[in-house]
Design a protein around this ligand. Structure first.
Ligand SMILES: Cc1cc2nc3c(=O)[nH]c(=O)nc-3n(C[C@H](O)[C@H](O)[C@H](O)COP(=O)(O)OP(=O)(O)OC[C@H]3O[C@@H](n4cnc5c(N)ncnc54)[C@H](O)[C@@H]3O)c2cc1C
Length: 304
């Protein structure tokens, strides 16, 4: 770890809250559900669709899990009542995945029931490797119960290419990202080019299997290669989309994708837990401070 990373990691907990808040505001829509919905409405007007994520990870107590479940049900209702074009992303550890899988399922199924009522797509984010297997298991169970849902594969994981086979169904919908956690070299590629290559290998396999493919990346080289791959295989634009984190300043690339007819979905975090969430992300992966500074100084105009 570089010296600057060590400094960032050790000073983060002592950074004044308003400083962390100013930085987090680059990505986070705000504390409240309405803040998230309002940002989606703004982005919809510019041609983007959204996925709202209630910030928070790894809840271990039952009260917290029930509170998260309720908040997600309110989110689904909020999306339906406001009429915005948006789905939801959630983290299974916030529903108790690390405590007890059956407790997680009990809460997830409440959310899926609500999603069924309002016909909302539910994305289960992929977290660290401790829960990869359980997340895939939970996703497969969910799809049988409510087909309008899916999970995420991380291109840095050696296993992801074969996980496509596990998740493949006639309606499968997979988000492919590089992966955000620090993982061991025994299970995950560490080299930048190896991750890019595996991303393209996985994308190719998803396309060959006619999977609804969501390409979540800000890597312009990768986006250009994915466009080339999609065009060469004449892949239907209604069977794929690109995704980006709201606040990352790659406006022109995303506008080009929209002008070509691709759907572009912004991932929009919101919620009162932005402070512990931001600190945890810095602690888990101190490298992100560089990207954060970039987004802070070169603001995306799409949020205005
Ligand atoms: C919609 C979406 C959903 C995601 N879901 C998951 C998930 O479920 N599980 C998971 O492990 N990871 C998830 N991620 C995170 C992902 O795994 C990567 O960690 C992250 O996207 C950075 O990788 P990249 O593909 O953008 O490539 P990089 O090589 O990291 O970045 C490419 C370029 O984009 C810039 N950039 C990247 N991120 C930012 C940023 N935050 N701010 C400013 N500039 C930035 C970089 O500086 C670089 O120039 C998701 C990402 C997106 C966009």
């Amino acid at each position: 770890m570089g010296i600057l990373n060590k400094i960032v990691m050790s000073t983060a907990p002592w950074m004044p809250k308003f400083v962390v808040g100013r930085i987090a505001a680059v990505y986070v829509a705000g504390d409240k559900l309405d803040d998230g919905i309002n940002l989606v409405r703004k982005l919809n007007k510019k041609g983007f669709v959204g996925t709202l994520d209630l910030l928070g990870e790894e809840v271990r107590n039952r009260r917290g899990i029930t509170k998260t479940t309720k908040a997600y049900c309110e989110l689904i209702e909020g999306i339906a009542n406001s009429g915005v074009d948006c789905n939801i992303s959630l983290k299974l550890t916030a529903l108790g995945l690390k405590v007890d899988e059956s407790l997680c399922w009990d809460n997830l199924s409440v959310i899926l029931d609500n999603a069924r009522t309002y016909n909302t797509f539910v994305r289960m984010d992929m977290e660290d490797s401790e829960v990869t297997e359980a997340t895939i298991r939970m996703c497969k169970k969910s799809v049988k119960y409510y087909p309008n849902c899916g999970t995420v594969l991380q291109a840095y994981m050696h296993r992801s290419n074969s996980d496509i086979d596990l998740l493949k169904t006639p309606n499968s919908n997979i988000r492919l990202c590089k992966g955000a956690y620090k993982e061991d070299k025994d299970i995950a590629f560490q080299d930048y080019d190896e991750i890019r290559n595996n991303y393209l290998e996985c994308a190719k396999k998803m396309i060959e299997n006619n999977i609804y493919s969501c390409f979540a990346t800000h890597d312009l080289w990768l986006i250009e290669n994915l466009e080339k791959m999609l065009e060469e295989s004449n892949y239907s634009k209604s069977n794929c989309e690109f995704q980006a984190l709201s606040g990352v300043p790659i406006d022109k690339t995303l506008e080009r994708l929209i002008s070509k007819g691709y759907a572009v979905r912004y991932y929009i975090p919101y919620g009162p837990d932005w402070y512990p969430y931001s600190l945890r992300r810095i602690r888990e992966n101190p490298d992100i401070w560089k990207d954060t500074m970039k987004a802070f100084f070169f603001r995306s105009k799409h949020r205005k």
